[in-house]
Design a protein around this ligand. Structure first.
Ligand code: NAP
Ligand code: G4F
Length: 325
């Protein structure tokens, strides 16, 4: 059988890089879409250049999306591209809507006009649950988004469901809870902490300034979560799935463990700083992944404690000062 082709939007991001590795291991032809920038630095996929194909396109531009889909004729499209940082969505709410909400419709329209048999994955988010109305959250829990980002993701989720129901397209929405790794952007809290711990350990930083330490998240490992994306597109019928660990921890818990990994007490280094507190907070997220376990056979393999250690160790290695000969 000929190798399948996957088109990944957002291949330069955390999830795009892990998903590309995962699909290459399964013999896929992997095509990644990147937007035009004046400097071509794609550090998360540097090691994959040569194994993947890179094409140019933008979620803001319908003709580039349709042209790519027509030219590549993928079997599967993973729509991971988005403005994904929640605080930025208050500063750039319109752009966030263009990328994160309408961008989904542009990709779906490309599929609809080129070949409705292409399988489509949408990167939906637990941020859609926002001010949660029940705990744990499952596929039927009503949404109550708390940021322009969350609102945009609700649109992306429902337009995916709508194209499935309106046109019979194979369109699946993965409602993924927070997932992290050493490739996580440094502005997100877990990576900000692991990077901060390493800098403090090496004397490069005195204090780590954070916002709300009491916020709780269901944190998993990105490498485990891309497997769930793929599994969703291998089912006889498209559907929506919550992907989570079912365990929740506070930002304070993450700090305590991360500092303990280097023998330090976080209370001596972490400073609460109002600049990082959000206009509206998502206080608590806990996912119920039982549908994914039952139908996809998916389980998270990485424990929270191992994730924290892995991230701290990676930043210690990256920032380690050179030893004198
Ligand atoms: P990320 O690291 O921020 O990556 C986002 C990707 O989107 C980057 O490759 C970025 O390209 C690309 N992008 C942004 N705007 C674009 C545009 N207009 N046209 C084309 N590409 C564009 O995000 P991630 O953590 O990998 O997350 C992947 C997806 O899952 C996102 O949709 C995110 O919202 C969603 N999600 C993430 C989590 C999580 O915990 N990580 C949880 C739930 C859902 P550049 O490199 O050019 O900026
Ligand atoms: O790491 P965060 O910025 O992630 P957040 O807002 O939960 O969003 C991430 O996960 C979503 C899935 O639920 C994705 F859809 C989204 O794209 C993104 O990947 O913040 C986590 C928590 C928040 O409650 C925040 O208020 O950490 C709290 N926090 C406390 N101090 C901080 C900080 N967050 C950041 N970024 N920086 C701080 O200094």
């Amino acid at each position: 059988m000929a190798a399948k082709t996957a088109l990944i939007t957002g291949i330069t991001g955390q999830d795009g890089s892990y998903l590309a590795e995962f699909l290459l291991d399964r013999g896929y032809r992997v095509v990644g879409m990147t937007r035009r920038t004046s400097t071509e630095v794609h550090e998360r996929i540097e090691h994959l250049m040569g194994a993947i194909e890179i094409v140019s396109g933008d979620l803001l531009d319908q003709s580039s999306m349709t042209g790519l889909v027509a030219e590549i004729r993928p079997d599967e499209i993973y729509n991971l591209a988005a403005q994904s940082f929640v605080p930025t969505s208050w500063h750039q709410p319109v752009l966030t809507g263009e990328f994160t909400a309408l961008g989904v419709t542009r990709v779906l329209e490309s599929v609809r006009s080129v070949d409705k048999k292409i399988r489509f994955y949408q990167a939906s988010s637990s941020e859609m649950f926002g001010k949660v109305v029940e705990t744990p959250q499952n596929e039927k829990t009503p949404f109550y988004p708390r940021s322009p980002y969350g609102v945009a993701k609700v649109y992306g989720h429902w337009i995916t469901v709508n194209y499935r129901e309106s046109y019979g397209m194979y369109a699946a929405s993965g409602i993924l809870f927070n997932h992290e790794s050493s490739r996580r952007g440094k502005e997100f809290v877990t990576r900000k902490i692991s990077d901060g711990v390493a800098r403090i350990k090496y004397g490069l930083l005195d204090k780590l300034r954070l916002g709300n330490l009491d916020a709780r998240r269901d944190w998993g490992y990105a490498g485990d979560y891309v497997r769930a994306m793929w599994l969703m597109l291998q089912q006889p019928q498209a559907d929506d799935y919550v992907i989570a660990t079912g365990r929740t921890h506070s930002v304070r818990d993450f700090c305590r463990l991360a500092f303990e990994n280097v023998g330090l007490d976080y209370r001596q280094y972490v400073v609460e700083d109002a600049r990082f507190v959000r206009p509206a907070e998502v206080d608590l997220l806990t996912g119920d992944p039982s549908k994914a376990r039952r139908i996809l056979g998916w389980e998270p393999e990485t424990r929270f404690e191992d994730l924290v250690e892995m991230m701290v160790r990676a930043d210690l290695d990256r920032l380690r000062p050179p030893t004198r000969a």
